[in-house]
Design a protein around this ligand. Sequence first.
Ligand code: LLP
Length: 484
Amino acid sequence: MAVTTQLSHPPSLSKTRTFAFSQNPFLETPILLFSRTKTCPKPLKAVLSQNPANTLTQETTPFKHCFTKSSDGFLYCENLKVQDIMENVEKRPFYLYSKPQITRNFEAYRDALEGLKSIIGYAIKANNNLKILEHLRQLGCGAVLVSGNELRLALCAGFDPNRCIFNGNGKLLEDLVLAAQEGVFVNVDSEFDLENIVAAARLAGKKVNVLLRINPDVDPQVHPYVATGNKNSKFGIRNEKLQWFLDAVKAHPNELKLVGAHCHLGSTITKVDIFRDAAVLMVSYIDQIRAQGFEVDYLNIGGGLGIDYYHTGAILPSPRDLINTVRELVLSRNLNLIIEPGRSLIANTCCLVNRVTGVKTNGTKNFIVIDGSMAELIRPSLYDAYQHIELVSPAPTNADISTFDVVGPVCESADFLGKDRELPTPSKGAGLVVHDAGAYCMSMASTYNLKMRPPEYWVEEDGSVAKIRHGETFEDHIRFFEAL
Ligand code: LLP
């Protein structure tokens, strides 16, 4: 059965490159321009084509997805041919995002939360691109952090610390001190974590707003690697220990202020009644906590909403479905709802764009070998996760359709992006994308086999393409050994 695995310096920003797709209404094919920051724009040969499918659906469909295969057989990101973008970037593979899709995903949560006091805390671990963080912050997101460096990055991106939540089962004292200084919410995960938070508060000379991360023991029905809300997980406090934690908070009135309760059930969850079951339990814990005189205002139900990785058109719960299952509970207790989405905000906004290096067979299995690999995108190897794969342009008319494993060049048999995929036999050099690569792909990328981390680009609202992160280089690697 298919597993439900749907499953100390900020980067230099000085030289954002922008591809301006200027559209002359009198030309059938607008011209692609290339410019480096403010310096002289250089015309490039490539040509941009409008996606007929997008033009048709825009007015009638309320929810628009950024990547569409048009009737001309080409894949488009918003209105741009991915093929054209691929031919004009300096390096492949690369991550390609749609900025408008990030906005649309945020708006789906914002609209769903109307009428509730709430914080949308974007889980930075899903994707820590600074440009993306700045965009989400401008839209109104708070941030969910799991390390001191994620907190530093959130501050660089301009997030309001009062809308940030620091999570983790092994938070370090020095990171907790920073969190205390900055005034971010901290989730208490264990007895020793509470001790460290008290110590951090004393060192910072500041009282810390804490939430208790309670393990509700609800099975999220997902791959074991991404399940966190069941009893055997390493995260959170045991619910039967709640009183011990309440007494410990009471014993530290100068260091801790209890403001709420938190849970996070797991990731890739595709049934909202799981969130509802957990929220019912959490609200009863909040009742117990309030009964002891604590003025707690925040219910944090974590992240975890799944997305349609399979591209089968299955109707999955939306942010609105999620919020509606807990809305009455939240209102009934006059709570401020914190949610911590990562994947459902960012995963579907991006593809990893690769080039086919060649096609081979071992007699029993066919392989499409691409330039991308488990180094750039590890989810299929690590969780056996399915991410949809397709070619960016129409295959030659005589191309056979076969079943392929799509693999990279890394020296490991675990290096695959997809198994048993039915695809037209691509020509050498053809573009091939791995979809839904916005979450836990670049942020989990490595330099294994010295495949350096790829550059990232996004398509902007005006149809221009901008580089939002430089690709890493061999020279970056050598720098770690300088002056030793
Ligand atoms: N809050 C907490 C406390 C979390 O641990 C996580 C994710 C989130 C929020 C965000 O969850 P999301 O909405 O993104 O599902 N690397 C795995 C996913 C690990 C998720 C870990 N926790 C993957 O590639 O699927």
